[in-house]
Design a protein around this ligand. Structure first.
Ligand code: GLU
Length: 601
């Protein structure tokens, strides 16, 4: 336990809410730098307000868990389309006192009424179109983020839930300046948000997205956070908020005067207050593997992040990437990623036995998978999953693919002066979740249950990710902490749906094998191979010298023109002598914000 009663005294509400006020009473826009070096603690998020909140909590004596929860609550205000109390996530924590890594599974949970055909239209027998499933009550899982925050503070924090929510309450009350990202995320959701009276009243005042540079306030959310601060997280799971969530799911708050058009019927879901009351955060042991002498910790099921990143690294460990050309190293990275995705799709879902996860992370399994990689040509995709009963041979074949690649979700990294580390990825699934603001409460609901497979994907083999009552949908979120000789070296994570796995993997390869600094590794153009015939790349990747080499090896590189960016990641690296390097995305999603408690220069 990391209880530090001293911090309770130091971390007064006044200390937490002190922030410069702008002309309209809103917080002045804090300077957002994507890189910071120094001592005493570090925070990296996608948002300057959230990073500043985290740094203030650290400065006031809080630890990394306190700062991570306060920053996450602030992101629920300033990044409401990517995260918030209507969603879920995965929290990985390195405890400097015990030198151990712990996790919280705060993934959303399906209600009792969810069955295997939940996403199949009974009238046609066909799966719903994705947007039809998304903007519905059916897609909403019981939120896990509030339980995650409360559990993290209870187990490892030094401040109360009430204290941790104060900066976010203040931000929601005072308001913050709307940036281009906020504006464009509303604009991109105008037709979906416009169907609901609660959502259009909050985010489409006068029928338009809030203007860039205007001050945005969310008094309903401030009051919701105040209720949680006063009564604890039970107000959500066992109190009035549970009723409001279930009511919104069962009776979507349709607007009598919709803005824009929506092509699909908006279907209710079956979540009840009993479902909400049943929710509990879980505390699974992290996944663990070794990569070039480092210990790699990640998130087990229902996330596939820990096993997929770990397996792909294990495959890459069979090769000397440093001795290769950039093209060959990238080729091996893409192939390892495809193989790991085939195995993830076949074996990983909520409830996959730990023995299977261990097998996926074993060096023997990785060796068998590594021998499929041909340095002279790309494997035809999709590749088959590997057999878990290892024959030692090199099987070949083809199978099914993919996973959503939306750019929702948000990631944060926090380190404190004691060396505790939090790597936390949280989401409401799509940007804008299921598009329904809970009336009077100021937060959006998630559509996380669309992360289930709508129909079986594994042929005659069982699909581990089909919907079921109380099940949690498979995730790709990959908050990852690396230790060297038992001490933290690096923590990183990213948004981006299924591309999260490849973004984390590519950052680790760039940093550990290809000699880049952490900021360069995060900034580098991304390529994402998820066991499909094409490899998704960012436009800038096509201009790299290795692009032609990869194409010559048979990789089909393609930009997703509707969502060209992949993964606004964050990370912190421990440099020599206790110095910290905090790095956030420099450009993607408008650029992130990294800060340290005591800048080095
Ligand atoms: N729902 C996705 C997952 O859990 C994350 C959504 C996103 O990053 O866009 O893998």
């Amino acid at each position: 336990m990391l209880r530090r009663p001293l911090a309770l005294a130091i971390l007064t509400t006044a200390a937490l809410v002190a922030a410069p006020a702008g002309p309209a009473g809103a917080s002045a826009p804090p300077p957002a730098s994507p890189v910071a070096v120094g001592f005493g603690g570090a925070v990296a998020t996608v948002d300057a307000d959230a990073t500043r909140t985290g740094i203030e909590v650290l400065r006031a004596g809080g630890n990394a868990v306190d700062a991570a929860v306060a920053a996450a609550a602030t992101l629920g205000v300033t990044e409401p389309f990517s995260s918030g109390i209507g969603g879920g996530g995965f929290f990985v924590f390195y405890d400097a006192r015990s030198h151990t890594v712990h996790t919280i599974d705060g993934r959303e949970m399906a209600p009792a009424s969810m069955d295997v055909n939940a996403f199949v239209n009974p009238a046609t027998g066909q799966p719903y179109a994705f947007q039809e499933a998304r903007v519905s009550g059916i897609s909403v899982g019981v939120p896990g983020s509030p339980a995650t925050w409360a559990a993290a503070l209870h187990r490892w924090g030094t401040i109360s839930f009430r204290q941790a929510l104060q900066p976010a309450i203040r931000t929601a009350q005072r308001g913050f300046l709307v940036d281009a990202t906020f504006n464009s995320q509303v604009a991109g959701n105008r037709d979906a948000f416009g169907q609901f009276s609660s959502t259009s009243a909050l985010y489409l005042p006068g029928g338009q997205p809030p203007a860039v540079g205007s001050t945005f306030r969310n008094p309903d959310l401030a009051r919701t956070y105040q209720l949680l601060a006063r009564e604890g997280v039970g107000a959500l799971y066992h109190g009035p908020l549970a009723g409001d969530i279930a009511d919104t799911v069962q009776h979507p708050p349709l607007s009598p005067t919709p803005i824009g058009t929506w092509a699909f019927p908006i279907r209710p879901g079956g979540m009840t207050t009993a479902d909400v009351a049943r929710y509990q955060a879980r505390f699974p042991a992290p996944t663990h593997s070794r990569y070039r002498g480092l210990d790699v910790y990640g998130m087990p099921t229902p996330s596939s992040g820990g096993t997929a990143v770990g397996e792909a690294l294990n495959i890459l460990e069979n090769f000397d990437l440093r001795a290769m050309t950039r093209t060959q190293a990238e080729h091996h990275y893409l192939e390892a990623s495809a193989l790991a995705f085939a195995d993830r799709n076949r074996y990983v879902g909520d409830g996959t036995p730990r023995a299977v996860l261990d097998e996926l992370l074993s060096d023997r399994f990785a060796k068998q998978r590594a021998c499929l990689i041909d340095p002279t040509k790309a494997l035809p995709k999709p590749v088959d999953p590997g057999p878990l009963d290892l024959s030692g041979s090199c099987p070949t074949g083809t199978a099914a693919a993919a996973g959503s690649t939306e750019q929702s979700t948000t990631n944060l990294t926090v380190v404190d002066r004691w060396g505790n580390v939090v790597e936390y990825t949280l989401t409401i699934e799509q940007t804008g979740g299921n598009a329904m603001v809970v009336p009077g409460r100021g937060f959006l609901l998630n559509n996380e249950l669309t992360d289930f497979n709508f129909t079986p994907t594994q042929g005659s083999a069982p699909d581990p990710n089909l919907p079921a009552p109380f099940k949690r949908p498979r995730s790709s979120m990959s908050p990852t902490i690396l230790l060297k000789n038992g001490k933290p070296l690096l923590a990183t994570g990213s948004p981006g749906g299924a591309t999260i796995i490849t973004t984390v993997l590519q950052i680790l390869m760039n940093r550990l094998d290809l000699g880049m600094s952490l900021p360069d590794a995060i900034a580098y153009p991304r390529a994402s191979q998820r066991n499909s015939p094409t490899t998704q790349v960012e436009p800038a990747f096509l201009a790299l010298p290795e692009a032609a080499g990869l194409t010559a090896l048979g990789h089909v590189l393609a930009v997703n023109t509707t969502a060209p960016e992949i993964g606004a990641a964050t990370g912190v690296e421990f440099l020599r002598g206790g110095e910290l390097l905090a790095a956030a995305e420099p450009v993607r999603r408008g650029g992130g914000s990294a800060a340290v408690v005591k800048p080095a220069r």
